[in-house]
Design a binder for this molecule. Structure first.
Ligand code: ADP
Ligand code: ZN
Ligand code: ZN
Length: 816
């Protein structure tokens, strides 16, 4: 048949290449680029794929399957997005399927393996088709079902369509999202019932309560918190109980009597910034103007502003103007954890709605945001982590990349290994939008680009309100140890400073760099220590779970009582992490209220937010944490930041270790004394004279930059070279080695210099697979197209080699 119609689709699978399907005559009208189409793949599986190209030549000799049907009435992926995916695929050397996986919210990626369940919050008032009703009825009797099980209910096509519609309506959910869902953060408030909100009824009530003195007291306290002329202003329950000592049981009793009502309010109240309008000071205004001027002829600008200089307000002003220009704003933040505090601040500053988009939101919420944007030409403001760059923004005017130096903009774990900051720059150029990169500690490459005039540049060297930069002091632990002045992990100086701050009711943040200091268990008799069976690492001791855990693969072991090697009972814990620190604090400061923020305590939904809220509301005196506490949080009462041990930060086998140490220490120091009074920072170290510490205590970014540039030039690291890393992985050590050697040989045919390795990485085996790395350094002036063409030839050859065909090759462009 010569007039058959073929299309190419993108499947959400980590496979390279495109997939061709045939379209029946009666379906040809329906297909369009960017719509989803359900296609069979393999045995009895189907996927929702994206239509990528129309009317293509079918590959010869292959047996081509028919599409099942077209899922969408209108395209859900736009032309701009597909061009963006193509660029990501080209630049980061990644397949389109992996990109689709990173880009689309899960709810758009239904397949026969997807399981769905009824949304417990759904109410029966919508109109449903018969098929939809049938699906609902089935799910009413079960917890969850696979889409493939449901298909038996009618024709496959009809059921799939019904499932898709119900997902869109939020009536059913993809099962995993039930676990991961994040609810908006609410706070319990107490409000006087309307019946009593007049002078007469209130007087009657107080009289009735005469014989219940505690409840009487409670109502009086509530009234005491009302503003004049009001009786029904909701009051935080906590304010009554913890603040004024009212007993919870009195409140409960009054709620039972219908005197009080308990209501949940979103936590938008009680924030730090003044609501509504704000005024930039002169320095901020000058910075803003420089940025705007540079946007006349450049698409990217860097705002280098010290911590607490008010970068957020400069962003807010630009966003406001962008909204007035009728354009969309994308505000990228490095960590989803950061969004809550920031969203609330920015929302107040710009006085407009903000769409939040990140992986901890439910599938339904993410789908809703996507569908809302896909046909919008409005002026929405979206805040999100790196994946929000993939949203269908058709009217983009401005991208803000906050804390642009942060490593979490890079997707490290899986393909595509994109960096959202760099990809945002490409995307903005493509659609004529502007990009503002902001940081107190810009990455060396970004600063380089600003210095040489590729990016616009503005600086704010002073903190807002003339608050001084924190006073940073080093504490010599060698001396402390010698003089026997250490109490557990704390030097006398640090304890002294903590006491002084607690006495002044100032809050304290303690930063523990857990990397390399994870506590592990060791047998004192024979030296045995628990290792992961799948990875070449020690298991980390977690007291709370009573387990030893592998941080790379999740393998866990119950705490042994006796050494499995020699049966000795002399097992002891070495190294120290946040958990141990928390224990020590409880002994040293028995009266302080302590909270811990790390991966363990923030795993649960809302946990991170709860800790931040508690700290923000000063219900916590000392916050102990890992890297998480270093990120751009804005607390107003922190008098002291302590770094437990700075050493080791810079000892990583990575050309950016020095730069990263500077950034981390400066950022964590920047949490101190942001408002009202100068803050203090103590850094404990055994290496008093390390160069990076000198740069940190003098707040000399520029000196750090120049130091690093000299080093990078000498050893040909970015920005003086581009880098690509190839990782080889296979359960067989020899096969991995052979594949890496073979590939290195191929690459050396084309690249005479700059091929480093292959070498064994610092952790040689992860999840049961042996690893080898090969690095390639490329002259930044060479053609990116040419380089990639040659590398793909090498990859194809290595992957086709009969001796080690099964070895997985992962490509990471800009692996840092
Ligand atoms: P950065 O992001 O540069 O570290 P922030 O934007 O968080 O700094 O500002 C630090 C603090 O100073 C915030 O609490 C912010 O509200 C306050 N601030 C900064 N500029 C102003 C201004 N022009 N008016 C009022 N408050 C400001
Ligand atoms: Zn032993
Ligand atoms: Zn492991």
């Amino acid at each position: 048949m010569s007039d058959a119609f073929y299309i190419q689709v993108i499947l959400p699978l980590a496979l390279r290449g495109a997939f061709t399907y045939r379209v029946h005559n009666e379906q040809v009208e329906e297909v369009a680029i960017g719509k989803r189409v359900v296609v069979p793949f393999g045995k009895r599986r189907y996927y929702a794929a994206i239509i990528y190209k129309l009317n293509v030549q079918p590959p010869r000799g292959a047996s081509i399957k028919d599409i099942s049907y077209v899922l969408d009435d209108v395209p859900v992926v736009t032309d701009i997005q597909l061009r963006f995916w193509e660029w990501i695929g080209f630049y980061y050397m990644s397949g389109m399927g992996a990109i689709m996986n990173a880009a689309l919210p899960n709810a758009m990626k239904i397949s026969s393996q997807t399981t769905v369940s009824l949304n417990p919050e759904f109410e029966e008032y919508e109109e449903f088709t018969d098929d939809e009703r049938m699906v609902i009825a089935q799910l009413q009797s079960r917890d969850s079902m696979g889409v493939n099980q449901l298909e038996g209910l009618g024709t496959k096509r009809a059921i799939q369509r019904a499932v898709n519609q119900l997902l869109k309506k939020g009536v059913i959910l993809i099962t995993e999202e039930l676990k991961a869902e994040v609810k908006p953060q609410t706070i319990e408030h107490i409000v006087l019932a309307r019946d009593f909100a007049s002078d007469e009824t209130l007087a009657g009530l107080l009289e009735d309560l005469g014989n219940a003195p505690k409840q009487f007291e409670c109502v009086m306290r509530y009234l005491g918190l009302q503003e004049s002329g009001s009786m029904t202003l909701p009051i935080k329950k906590k304010q009554l109980t913890e603040g004024l000592g009212v007993s919870t049981s009195s409140i409960t009793a009054l709620i039972k009597k219908n005197v009080f009502e308990s209501i949940q309010l979103l936590r938008y109240e009680g924030l730090n910034d003044d609501p509504g309008s704000f005024h930039l000071n002169d320095i901020q205004r000058a910075g803003l103007q420089k940025i705007k001027d540079s946007f006349q002829n450049k698409s990217v600008a860097l705002l280098h502003g010290v911590t607490g200089s008010g970068k957020t307000l400069v962003y807010a002003q630009l966003i406001k103007e962008n909204i007035e220009a009728g354009k969309q704003t994308l505000f990228l933040v490095p960590e989803i954890a950061l969004t809550t505090q920031l969203v609330q601040r920015v929302k107040k500053l710009i006085g407009a709605e903000i769409l939040v988009y990140h992986s901890r939101f439910s599938n339904k919420e993410r789908l809703t945001t996507w569908l809302r944007l896909v046909d919008s030409l409005g002026s929405e403001v979206v805040i999100g982590a790196r994946s929000s760059l993939f949203l269908p923004l058709n009217n983009l005017g401005l991208v803000i990349v906050d804390e642009e130096h942060e490593g979490s903009y890079k997707q490290h774990e899986v393909d595509p290994h994109y960096n959202a900051r760099d990809a945002a720059i490409w995307l903005a150029k493509e659609v004529g939008a502007k990009v503002l990169l902001g940081s107190a500690t810009p990455s060396v490459e970004t600063y380089f680009n600003a210095k040489r005039g590729k990016f616009g540049f503005a600086e704010i060297q002073k903190r807002f309100d003339d608050i001084q930069m924190p006073l940073i002091r080093l504490v010599d632990m060698t001396k402390s140890k010698k003089a026997d002045m250490m109490k557990a992990s704390f030097s006398a100086e640090l304890i002294e400073a903590m006491k002084a701050n607690l006495a002044r009711r100032k809050q304290i943040i303690l930063f523990q760099n857990r990397r390399g200091f994870a506590p592990f268990m060791i047998c004192e008799a024979c030296g045995w220590s628990a290792e992961c069976t799948n990875c070449d690492v020690n298991l980390t001791y977690h007291k709370f779970f009573e387990k030893m855990l592998c941080h790379y693969c999740g393998y866990s072991l119950k705490l042994p009582r006796h050494c499995p090697n020699c049966s000795s009972a002399k097992l002891s814990v070495r190294g120290f992490g946040t958990e141990k620190l928390e224990d020590e604090l409880e002994i040293l400061f028995p009266n302080a209220r302590i909270a811990r923020m790390d991966l363990d305590t923030t795993r649960k939904k809302n946990a991170f937010q709860n800790i931040i809220t508690a700290f923000d509301e000063q219900l916590v005196d000392i916050l102990v944490g890992t890297q998480m506490v270093t990120k751009g949080l804005d607390f107003h009462n922190v008098g002291l930041v302590g770094v437990m041990n700075a050493d080791g930060l810079w000892n990583r086998p990575d050309f950016r270790a020095f730069e990263r140490s500077y950034q981390l220490l400066t950022q964590v120091a920047g949490r101190a004394g942001r408002k009202n009074a100068r803050g203090e920072v103590l850094i404990q170290t055994f290496k008093m004279d390390h160069q990076v510490l000198q740069f940190v205590i003098n707040n000399s970014y520029l000196a750090m930059y120049e130091h690093q540039m000299a080093e990078r030039q000498q050893f040909a690291y970015p920005p003086f070279a581009r880098m690509i890393r190839f990782q080889f992985a296979h359960p067989d050590a020899k096969m991995t080695r052979d594949a890496a050697e073979f590939f290195a040989g191929e690459v050396r045919n084309y690249f005479k210099s700059g091929v480093l390795g292959p070498e064994e990485p610092s952790i040689p085996r992860i999840r049961g697979k042996y690893l080898r790395h090969l690095f390639l350094k490329i002259d930044p002036l060479s053609s990116m197209k040419e380089v990639r063409k040659l590398l793909w030839m090498c990859v194809d050859k290595a992957e086709g080699h009969p001796d080690h065909r099964k070895v997985r090759i992962q490509i990471d462009v800009d692996p840092y």
